[in-house]
Design a protein. Structure first.
Ligand code: 0O2
Length: 213
């Protein structure tokens, strides 16, 4: 019988939750690696540069629940925190982001729960990334559970920018000096321009190759 993890009541322990989320991460990781290998085989091109995954720390989950105004219970973690299991997919070009997202959407056992497109709609800070919340079935000895995974897809340049901005937010706890915030917004603009120019250049190079064939 299939159920979502949040309907499994009561969820026994944090250890059990971690086990199930880790299994979900492994599933999605493998699916993405297979996609990348197959893409290389068919198109002689890897849309994915690299993949990072992590389970959110319990401290970070508790902080998020507090921000949302919920009590710190295992049930609330599973129900309200969408990024306990997180995967970051880094690619070279913006076009790869939508190609990968499309391939994920087409996977018959993955259900897309939500999408936040911070590439078409960047945050005021300049943050750009494509976020998908999906569920993936995890097969346990006595049942199958649908587990939520957050997939963040972004270019190398967007990831470079986001890492520094994250570091800044952590250091200044959201109260960064105005000059630094402004400089980061300017860097975000440069990152967007760089991504656009690299994409155009790549398309130009590809077209030249095709002409020679
Ligand atoms: P951490 O420490 O990276 O885990 P929701 O999931 O819808 O309930 P949330 O979490 O605000 O609400 O969703 P959103 O906007 O999709 O953000 C999820 C994650 O994206 C964040 O997790 C960050 O990792 C990243 N992110 C979002 N906005 C920014 C940003 O402005 N700058 C940077 N550097 N990263 C961002 P956490 O839990 O906030 O943080």
């Amino acid at each position: 019988m299939k159920s979502t993890l949040e309907r499994e009541n009561p969820v026994a322990s944090w250890q059990e939750v971690t086990l199930v989320y880790n299994a979900a991460l492994k599933q999605v990781n493998t699916k993405l690696e297979i996609l990348n290998d197959e893409f290389q085989h068919v198109h002689q091109y890897n849309p994915i540069e690299h993949i990072k995954s992590r389970i959110k720390t319990s401290e970070s989950i508790v902080k998020k629940l507090k921000r949302y105004g919920y009590e710190s219970t295992i049930e609330n973690m599973v129900k309200y925190v969408n990024d306990i299991a997180g995967i970051r997919v880094i690619c070279s070009f913006t076009s790869d982001i939508y190609r990968i997202a499309g391939m994920i959407r087409n996977m018959s056992d993955i259900r897309v729960v939500a999408i936040k497109d911070y590439i078409r709609n960047p945050k005021p800070s300049g943050y750009k990334s494509y976020h998908m919340i999906v569920t993936v079935p995890v097969f346990l000895s006595d049942r199958t559970v649908d587990v939520k995974v957050e997939i963040q897809i972004r270019t190398v340049a967007m990831d470079f920018w986001a890492s520094l901005e994250h570091k800044m937010n952590y250091k200044f706890e959201g109260n960064a000096p105005e000059a630094i915030r402004k400089e980061l917004i300017e860097c975000a603009r440069m990152v967007s321009e760089l991504d656009d120019r690299m994409l155009s250049l790549n398309e130009e190079i590809q077209a030249m190759g095709e002409d020679e064939d």
